[in-house]
Design a binder for this molecule. Structure first.
Ligand code: PLP
Length: 352
């Protein structure tokens, strides 16, 4: 009954509604707060595993998944005797079925869950998930989308996509660290068992039996990251001040410029050349180790990420130990891309 606590709760629930509106969910209680995409997918995998998976069932993922969309499924598959199947990836970094927007050849009667990334964090590839989801739904397969790389760069409309579950991180959408969301379709969330138990997620507790709280609280055990959630709501509202299509167009311009300029560097190979990409550009350079290049770029004030980007199977697919990856946000400029290219050239000269 305390004024401040009521205010905090109201602000948290206002953030939930902001996010509902932003992803066009039907109800605010379809938005579950987590600590990030990893926690969202672990919730999805553990709960869906308990609800659906039997010995011999299959979970389908793709070869371009982040470890966060591989390992939780592997863990539940092992627990229930299910099999993890993987859609391969082409040399360009697209899904490899006969057609990149047709996954039906990978579905069997035993496929229960199809978990797929909307956008690859390593390759930048935008997957045609709307088509893939429609195919899965036709066969009664539950769809889980890793939207960590999409939320800040594309228009995400969960009703239009038709997905069952959609996960993302606040800290990849200009929000505070340690915040995230799992969107779920109400009908499915109602059927899914809670994953974590504790305070806030209960209705009545006795030593004999506990009944659970309504959505979304059934899935939000313990004290939430209230300050972070309010911050995430503000970050989303800030994004909404801009036109997402215009943001995407600007980032695409930076990507095209960077691609053209980086390819003038002798021995540079871009990993991820899909037709549809967000502003993510990962590359390797013959005779130059990505860690060394990353260090030299850092010394010039240029922030890139180096290494396997939490996608070791994908690195293996492309036969590299890691890449140097630049990624563009809406506030980056052409001049910054030029500084990146000049920095890489300087680094290569020093390292070769
Ligand atoms: C970052 C990322 C994750 C994991 O997100 P966390 O915020 O670390 O939980 C999962 N998938 C993709 C595509 C990512 O980029």
């Amino acid at each position: 009954m305390h004024t401040l606590s009521t205010k905090a709760t109201e602000a948290q629930e206002a953030a939930r509604d902001t996010i509902r509106r932003h992803i066009n969910a039907r109800h605010a209680h379809e938005v579950i707060f987590t600590s990030g995409t990893t926690a969202s997918i672990n919730l999805a995998a553990n709960s869906l595993g308990q609800l659906l998976l039997k010995n011999g069932d299959e979970v389908l993922i793709s070869g371009m998944e982040h470890h966060a969309n591989i390992v939780p499924w592997q863990m539940v598959c092992e627990r229930y005797g299910a099999k993890l199947k993987v859609i391969p990836v082409t040399d360009e970094g697209e899904l490899e079925p006969r057609r990149r927007d047709d996954a039906t050849e990978y579905f069997t009667e035993r496929t229960k869950v199809f978990a797929i990334t909307h956008v690859s964090n390593t390759l930048g590839t935008i997957n045609p998930i709307k088509e893939l989801i429609a195919q899965a739904r036709k066969q009664g397969i539950i769809t889980v989308v890793d939207g960590a790389q999409a939320i800040a760069h594309l228009n995400v409309d969960v009703q239009d996509l038709g997905c069952d579950l959609y996960a993302f991180s606040g800290h990849k959408a200009y929000g505070p660290t340690g915040t995230g969301v799992l969107y779920g379709r109400e009908e499915l969330l109602e059927r899914m068992p809670p994953w974590q138990g504790g305070g806030e997620m209960i209705d009545v507790v006795t030593f004999e039996k506990t009944t659970y709280a309504k959505l979304p609280f059934k899935f939000e055990a313990g004290t939430p990251h209230i300050a972070g959630i309010i911050g995430l709501g503000e970050a989303i509202r800030w994004m909404e001040d801009y036109d997402k299509a215009a943001m995407a167009a600007h980032e695409h311009k930076l990507l095209e410029h960077a691609t053209k300029e980086l390819l003038t560097i002798d021995g540079l190979r871009i990993i991820g050349t899909a037709k549809e990409k967000v502003g993510v550009i990962g590359f390797v350079i013959g005779g130059v180790h990505h860690y060394d290049l990353g260090t030299l770029l850092d010394q010039q004030g240029i922030a890139v990420r180096t290494g396997h980007h939490c996608t070791q199977p994908l690195m293996e697919r492309f036969g590299v130990s890691g890449t140097t990856r630049a990624s563009f946000a809406c506030f980056n400029t052409v001049a910054e891309v030029d500084a990146l290219v000049a920095g890489v050239k300087k680094g290569v000269k020093m390292l070769r």
